[in-house]
Design a protein around this ligand. Structure first.
Ligand code: COA
Length: 382
């Protein structure tokens, strides 16, 4: 008999790991997902690992880590959805869709406003998830980084004692994933971030840690990947970060550094943009779903007021006849779910949000208030 969707039970946890490891890792003997992404898939997060079970065997799984997005002082609770898998013999029967449907209404009731989903497919599109949010990608050569070299800035691998300073630097980013300090420790110990082995490095100036970056390293030697250095998360002083990346390039003989920058990182853009430093927009492969538009807009009001003036505080969101709308007094715009998500968080490869016809005060709030910047999940990515 098929049971679920429900959280995995302690006696089913091994069966769940078998499913996700067979799906995403393949060869036995490699480290399992629970060791690579402990905050997501370890038994500590068991209550958020939802499954369908047949005769004690886990046949479908959707995992969620509950975190929040911080935007200019506003906190938006969200779920990072990942490690979604169905046993090949059970695929196409709607099991994963069913778990996601159940989770969506449950998480809405619990107060989560968004899902950050690792992936973009029909399964997620059905709950309105779309790739949104702009990201810029810079491919920097050592010569280009030479612009930022500074003799007073050095870099070194981070040790466990640096993690408090690293978390404090991250906490100063105005747009970020709010995560417990324990997450930094878990990633540090796991030595794995995004999709590869990774290590933390710190930049120091005047004997103080002023920036950090997390970069992919090679599996065997634990040193940086040959040829290129891929930075998966960074924070702190951008001038010191770039000086440290230059020093790292020289120390490791790198030919290029790959750095992803969000449009809200004004300091990074002021330093890097328009200098022919290999800048390009990159497609976003992950999707965002809004779970509760009304609550999301209410939470965003202080940000909207800062950007669009007092009228921003009066913007309302909601849904009528399954169509999401935004309203200011008597004026309103109603658009399909995906268009609404793109309007609020911006298109991945365009500066301007989708054209939505709205005049007067509503039009002004929409143009000045959106897009809302999104944080790159960085080390919280599974
Ligand atoms: C992706 C994956 C989790 C889907 O699991 P699933 O339980 O088969 O998902 P569903 O059955 O709910 O939906 C799968 C497809 O079957 C179709 N389907 C759903 N219910 C159906 C039904 N009752 N009858 C026939 N087809 C159905 C859907 O159209 C869906 O296609 P779409 O997502 O492209 O729109 C599974 O294929 C898998 O484990 N893949 C490998 C790992 C992976 O890629 N994970 C996702 C990372 S982003």
């Amino acid at each position: 008999m098929i049971e679920g969707p429900r959280p995995v039970r302690p006696n089913e946890y091994r069966s769940l790991l078998k499913l996700v490891n067979r799906t995403f890792i393949g060869s036995p003997g490699e480290r399992g997902m629970e060791s690579l992404y402990p905050w997501h898939l370890s038994s500590e997060n068991r209550r958020n690992l939802w499954v369908t079970v047949e005769n004690g065997k886990v046949v479908s799984h959707v995992g969620v880590s509950k975190r929040a997005l911080a935007v200019d002082g506003v906190r938006i609770p969200l779920g990072l959805m990942s490690a979604v898998a169905t046993d090949p013999a059970y695929r196409g029967a709607g099991l994963a869709s069913r778990i996601i449907e159940v989770l969506r209404s449950r998480h809405d009731r619990e107060g989560l406003d968004l899902y950050f989903i690792s992936g973009d497919r029909g399964l997620y599109r059905r709950i309105g998830a779309v790739p949104v949010g702009r990201r810029l990608h810079f491919v920097l050569t050592p010569a280009a980084l030479g612009l930022f070299a500074h003799p007073d800035v050095s870099f070194r691998p981070a040790g466990p004692r640096d993690l408090a300073a690293i978390a404090a630097l991250h906490a100063r980013e105005p747009v970020r994933i709010l995560r417990p300090v324990a997450d930094f420790r878990r990633v540090f110990r796991a030595g794995w971030a995004v999709l590869s082995p990774a290590r933390f490095f710190v930049a120091e100036a005047g004997g103080r840690v002023t920036a950090y970056f997390v970069a992919g390293v090679t599996r065997k030697a634990g040193g940086p990947q040959s040829g290129r250095l891929v930075v998966v998360e960074h924070a702190g002083s951008r001038t010191d970060l770039l000086a440290a990346l230059h020093a790292a390039c020289l120390a490791w003989g790198k030919r290029r550094v790959e750095l992803t920058v969000s449009p809200h990182e004004r300091e990074s853009l002021a330093l890097l943009s328009g200098r022919h430093l290999g800048e390009r927009h990159v497609p976003v492969y992950d999707a965002i779903a809004i779970l509760n538009l009304e609550r999301l807009i209410r939470r965003l009001r202080p940000v909207l007021a800062k950007r669009a003036g007092p009228a921003g505080r009066r913007l309302e969101g909601g849904e009528f006849n399954f169509k999401p709308f935004l309203a200011l007094g008597a004026s309103r715009v109603a658009v399909p779910r995906e268009v609404m998500t793109r309007l609020i968080f911006g298109e991945p490869t365009r500066d301007r949000p989708p054209g939505v016809r709205a005049d007067g005060a509503l039009g002004r709030v929409l143009r000045a208030g959106f897009p809302i910047p999104l944080a790159n999940p960085g080390i919280s990515y599974v």
